[in-house]
Design a protein around this ligand. Structure first.
Ligand code: SF4
Length: 225
């Protein structure tokens, strides 16, 4: 059976969220490299913990370029990013990304940024420890590519509104958004940030629909056909 939704529903949800919360000004980082580091560090932890790790990296003056982090010993890198949790695994993942960047692009994010989106996606996914969500966060927020990021909040909110089903995987959910929204990185940037805000504050495990900008669930219900 073909999956269809009312094309306007996703845009209408976005407009409601934007009107209520306004711009989230994502990604909270000073440089493209900081976005990439943050995207890897934020796996399975809260952003507050990532901020502490980023602060440590800045204090040690190693976040200004991939080269500086690359020169750190793994143990030292682990120590600096400890607040982000799973620090040995994440240090390994950061090192994996830097090894890839050095081997394929002479350590230059500028060279990497010239790569076409699909090729860039495949290459990032080839780095051990970078999965679809991290990869797409990097594509969207570091390289301004129109790629919609799906996370646990997206699944929860849009399942509750019957726009996606429980059994859909990451790519199927992403396709629903990308097939029904204009391919615009600014829109995708803001939309994902607004979803995260809504999921953190209102549409939690126990949804607080009474104070939600999306109002009653039934109003927006738009089942996949
Ligand atoms: S809190 Fe309720 S109305 Fe708001 S997004 Fe969640 S399920 Fe929908």
């Amino acid at each position: 059976m073909r999956k269809r939704i009312n094309r306007n529903v996703l845009l209408s949800i976005y407009k409601k969220l934007y009107k209520f919360y306004s711009s989230q000004k994502w990604w909270p980082a000073d440089t493209r490299f900081e976005v990439i580091v943050g995207a890897i560090l934020t796996q399975n932890t809260s952003w507050k913990n990532v901020e502490k790790a980023i602060k440590n990296l800045k204090k040690a003056n190693v976040l200004s370029s991939p080269y500086r982090i690359g020169r750190l010993k793994k143990g030292e890198l682990s120590r600096l990013i400890k607040p982000a949790g799973y620090y040995n695994v994440k240090a390994e993942r950061l090192k994996n990304f830097l090894t890839f960047l050095t081997a394929e692009y002479s350590g230059s994010l500028n060279k990497l940024s010239h790569q076409k989106t699909e090729k860039l996606r495949q290459e990032l996914l080839g780095v051990n420890g970078i999965g679809p969500e991290t990869c797409d966060s990097i594509l969207l927020y570091a390289f301004k590519r129109p790629v919609f990021v799906v996370d646990a909040y997206t699944k929860r909110i849009f399942e509750r509104h019957k726009i996606c089903n429980k059994d859909l995987d990451y790519h199927q959910i992403q396709k629903i958004f990308m097939d029904n929204l204009p391919r615009n990185y600014k829109l995708y940037n803001e939309y994902h940030a607004l979803i995260v805000r809504l999921g953190k504050e209102v549409c939690r495990k126990l949804p607080n629909c009474k104070i939600c900008p999306l109002g009653k669930r039934k109003v927006l219900a738009n089942r996949i056909l």
